[in-house]
Design a protein around this ligand. Sequence first.
Ligand code: NAG
Ligand code: NAG
Ligand code: NAG
Ligand code: NAG
Ligand code: NAG
Ligand code: NAG
Ligand code: NAG
Ligand code: NAG
Ligand code: NAG
Ligand code: NAG
Ligand code: NAG
Length: 284
Amino acid sequence: METTKKLSALFCLFFISNQAVSESEHMETFCNKSSRNTTSNNTTFNTNLNTLLSTLSNQSSFANYYNLTTGLASDTVHGMFLCIGDVNRTSCNACVKNATIEIAKNCTNHREAIIYYFSCMVRYSDKFFLSTLETKPNAFWSSTDPIPKSFGKFGQRLSDKMGEVIVRSSLLSSSFTPYYLQDTTRFDGQYNLQSVVQCSPHLDSGNCTTCLKLAFQELTHCCGDQLWAFIFTPKCLVSFDTSNSSSMSIYLPRSTSVSIRGDNKLLGGMVLAVAASVFAHLGL
Ligand SMILES: *[C@@H]1O[C@H](CO)[C@@H](O)[C@H](O)[C@H]1NC(C)=O
Ligand SMILES: *[C@@H]1O[C@H](CO)[C@@H](O)[C@H](O)[C@H]1NC(C)=O
Ligand SMILES: *[C@@H]1O[C@H](CO)[C@@H](O)[C@H](O)[C@H]1NC(C)=O
Ligand SMILES: *[C@@H]1O[C@H](CO)[C@@H](O)[C@H](O)[C@H]1NC(C)=O
Ligand SMILES: *[C@@H]1O[C@H](CO)[C@@H](O)[C@H](O)[C@H]1NC(C)=O
Ligand SMILES: *[C@@H]1O[C@H](CO)[C@@H](O)[C@H](O)[C@H]1NC(C)=O
Ligand SMILES: *[C@@H]1O[C@H](CO)[C@@H](O)[C@H](O)[C@H]1NC(C)=O
Ligand SMILES: *[C@@H]1O[C@H](CO)[C@@H](O)[C@H](O)[C@H]1NC(C)=O
Ligand SMILES: *[C@@H]1O[C@H](CO)[C@@H](O)[C@H](O)[C@H]1NC(C)=O
Ligand SMILES: *[C@@H]1O[C@H](CO)[C@@H](O)[C@H](O)[C@H]1NC(C)=O
Ligand SMILES: *[C@@H]1O[C@H](CO)[C@@H](O)[C@H](O)[C@H]1NC(C)=O
């Protein structure tokens, strides 16, 4: 079936660094290569896009989330940014400013694109996307150090804890950092498990929950046996960390799926199918 066709490819970007990574570090950029090219360097669309990116950049000193639409008819551009809930205005602004510059530079002549950083994401498209649940393209990073054997039944604990955090996040009312929830729990007096979830504010809470479950499923799949891991999808993010501190010293982007999905019918079918297996997986 068309819906199960995974237009994905693996990148192995071996970006190993021994320095502490700045929280505004870049993760991944996706430009929709198949979308219609903007025809020249100076179309109305491009002008609208530049205005939109500049506005997003400016607005990021005031809030952790903003969306807007510029232009009319075929020259319309929709855009948004989202900063992670615990990122302050200064860092949010720095991250979004960088992201808007990079996305304009790297996705020249593309009518839609997403860029992910560790502390923010920026997206624009010629199609309205704000309230749609999408899971691709995503980017995930994790440590390269596996969970020590001494942690015991870590997979089960992670799954239980994240399930609980996801349920709690769905009860949050939207606010300045909508749906952002961070939980730290100590296990066996041995390690702290920090869990973070956040949705894009335009998702309703039902779709937020689905988004988080799908993202967490991907995260367990790729990196559930690592000391920490982080996944950013177009509508939500999930991370966990057992490394006790922010001194996460080695970052390795594991792989990313490069398809940008836009067809709601396809997506709806796919999400329902996968969601069922996630619920089963989480025992919910
Ligand atoms: C921009 O594209 C260049 C070349 O394709 C790549 O090396 C660079 O990492 C990209 N930068 C960002 C922020 O995506
Ligand atoms: C990417 O562009 C193609 C061609 O315009 C379009 O069919 C597809 O829906 C786009 N992807 C997304 C996520 O919008
Ligand atoms: C868009 O432009 C790029 C480079 O200018 C070209 O390689 C690509 O084939 C074009 N895509 C479409 C759909 O016209
Ligand atoms: C578009 O114009 C800017 C200056 O206005 C120039 O720096 C850039 O190289 C141009 N890009 C293309 C693809 O022509
Ligand atoms: C772009 O187009 C606008 C209006 O069509 C024009 O005023 C402006 O001078 C053009 N800019 C460049 C760099 O060509
Ligand atoms: C963003 O702020 C800069 C500097 O204050 C200003 O020059 C620019 O016009 C602003 N952009 C928009 C779209 O308001
Ligand atoms: C954000 O999107 C919503 C539509 O979902 C719209 O009502 C609202 O005006 C947008 N915000 C801005 C600043 O354009
Ligand atoms: C914002 O966060 C950054 C990074 O965590 C920190 O260096 C900076 O001092 C903070 N700024 C303010 C005003 O709190
Ligand atoms: C912006 O990005 C560049 C390279 O992509 C990086 O060197 C720089 O530190 C970033 N600045 C901020 C404030 O994120
Ligand atoms: C998800 O969002 C769509 C579009 O806004 C809505 O029709 C649907 O009912 C939502 N699903 C859930 C589970 O809330
Ligand atoms: C976390 O800290 C505790 C004590 O503060 C220590 O016993 C434990 O080994 C640390 N765990 C990791 C993974 O560093």
